[in-house]
Ligand binder design. Structure first.
Ligand code: SF4
Ligand code: SF4
Length: 474
């Protein structure tokens, strides 16, 4: 059968342009708020200042890639503390599972960057080209000065938003004001220009042209979230038991047999992904609830109760169909899986907060020499070598002292130093070669436990590391 015929539609279908109509209502207002807050967080965060001393940019949120560190206001995450980042990622995942199991694709509909930027781009489009019908007219119109001017204006604003988006991202990785000036004076690192370029292009193309196709064809989340939804999850539903049979002509004979849907297509016209929710659940539905706003407005105009399209759970559907009241909301929210997600999320969160408050500001790692395990000096002294790495996790240089406690008493020497006190720069690590020495007359076991101590001489905080002193058995 030849491809592309009615019998065999072929593997490729050209994109049908989607021009959603402007709509007002509670969910649209909620989307405005979330869009404003998320965009403000993204664009403004790198510009928030925070005193980090003389050696680091005074930036509240900073990813220091060179030293593999992350700064978030008063919290500083070092490379060896990656478990905090892993904890945050697990919490983000659990939070997403929790919200999805209660509110369906609420992430897709309100907070996903693709949704937020497409929404922003569609507002610009409406502002330049007019609402849905004007946009279709302009699309079909032959190219003339009016169309060229409209297209250039729209693309120019989209491009400005895209550049600001790419630019904001790189500001998280360096001092934002310094990098801002460097980007404009042509002195920023090549990688900064490349990153801004890639993010500008992806924002412009994904937000301006690909839009719902990213959600439907590229994003794995709609497929994954299917496993998280259950019969108690709220999803946007067209109540066909109330709306069908649909029909426009309310004054004709037999109109009393029609359902509440007047087939006005307002719900389809406002949908940012071009979905007709009356055909049931579809992967293109991002659960933005704008069709609820549109249909509620129509119901108000024709004097019917709101909620022909509404959030509804699969479990409530038979009840509503039979005219009974749905289960109380708390029963849909409080169930074993949501309790489990909440408990896990809280436990990880509390654990991380406690660990953050209890952690040291000294990083200490000790690696004993393995080959040879010990050296016997000419006077019979036994010597063990250790590589000791000390991190000063303070924003100023601090003096430190290193010592050892053991039984029997061991002498401590630092290679290249005549005393056991030294300074480490702010947010720097220092590697030392340390030797422990046992007098020849000491009774020596093969493995003697020792504890290496490091003390911050400003804060008097101490860190220790347990290891062993090796020697011949005597
Ligand atoms: S907006 Fe409501 S009444 Fe209009 S077509 Fe959609 S479901 Fe039917
Ligand atoms: S069908 Fe309704 S809820 Fe789904 S994407 Fe379209 S407007 Fe949003």
């Amino acid at each position: 059968m030849p491809e592309g015929t009615a019998e065999s539609p072929g593997l490729y279908a050209a994109r049908e342009p989607v021009f959603p109509k402007a709509v007002g209502g509670a969910f649209r207002r909620l989307k405005w708020w979330i869009m404003g807050v998320t965009l403000a967080i993204y664009y403004v965060t790198p510009w928030i200042r925070w005193d980090r001393g003389a050696h680091l940019p005074d930036q509240a949120v900073l990813v220091d890639l060179a030293n593999r560190r992350f700064f978030f206001f008063w919290i500083e995450i070092w490379p060896q503390e990656f478990h905090y980042v892993a904890g945050l990622l697990i919490m983000a995942g659990l939070g997403l599972f929790l919200f999805t199991s209660i509110l369906g694709r609420v992430w897709c509909g309100y907070a996903c960057p693709q949704t937020v930027w497409v929404d922003l781009y569609q507002h610009v489009e409406r502002w330049i080209d007019g609402d849905r019908n004007a946009q279709f007219r302009l699309l079909r119109q032959k190219w003339n000065l009016e169309k060229i001017a409209a297209r250039l204006s729209k693309w120019a604003i989209w491009l400005l938003i895209a550049v600001a988006t790419g630019g904001a991202w790189v500001f998280y990785f360096a001092d934002a004001p310094t990098l801002f000036l460097a980007l404009f004076s042509g002195t920023a690192p090549v990688v900064a220009y490349a990153t801004v370029g890639v993010l500008t292009a992806t924002t412009f193309i994904f937000g301006g042209f690909m839009r719902e196709q990213v959600c439907i064809y590229m994003c794995p989340w709609p497929r994954i979230q299917g496993a998280m939804l259950d019969e108690n999850s709220l999803i946007v539903t067209y109540k066909e038991w109330r709306g069908e049979p649909r029909g426009k002509h309310r004054k004709k004979a037999g109109a009393e047999l029609l359902g509440d849907c007047i087939d006005c297509d307002a719900c389809v016209a406002v949908c940012p992904t071009g979905v007709d929710i009356r055909q049931g659940q579809q992967i293109g539905c991002i659960t933005c609830a704008l069709c609820i706003d549109a249909c509620d407005d129509i119901m108000a105009r024709i004097g019917k109760p709101r909620g022909l399209i509404d959030y509804c759970t699969l479990a409530d559907e038979p009840l509503e169909r039979a005219g009974a009241a749905p289960a109380p909301v708390w029963k849909r929210v409080v169930r074993p899986r949501t309790i489990l997600y909440t408990v896990l999320w809280s436990a990880i969160g509390v654990g991380m907060v406690v660990a953050l408050f209890m952690r040291d500001s000294i990083g200490l790692a000790v690696a004993p020499d393995r080959n040879p395990l010990y050296v016997t000096l000419s006077d019979g002294t036994i010597r063990n070598g250790y590589t000791v790495k000390i991190q000063n996790m303070n924003a100023e240089p601090h003096p430190f002292r290193i010592s050892v406690s053991s039984d029997p008493e061991l002498r401590l020497d630092i290679q290249g130093m005549d005393r056991n006190e030294f300074e480490i720069d702010a947010d720097e690590a220092r590697k030392l070669r340390v030797f422990l020495l046992a007098r020849p007359w000491f009774t020596m076991a093969e493995r003697t436990p020792v504890r290496i101590w490091v003390e911050d001489l400003v804060t008097h905080e101490r860190a220790s590391y347990d290891t062993h002193f090796r020697g011949p058995s005597r």
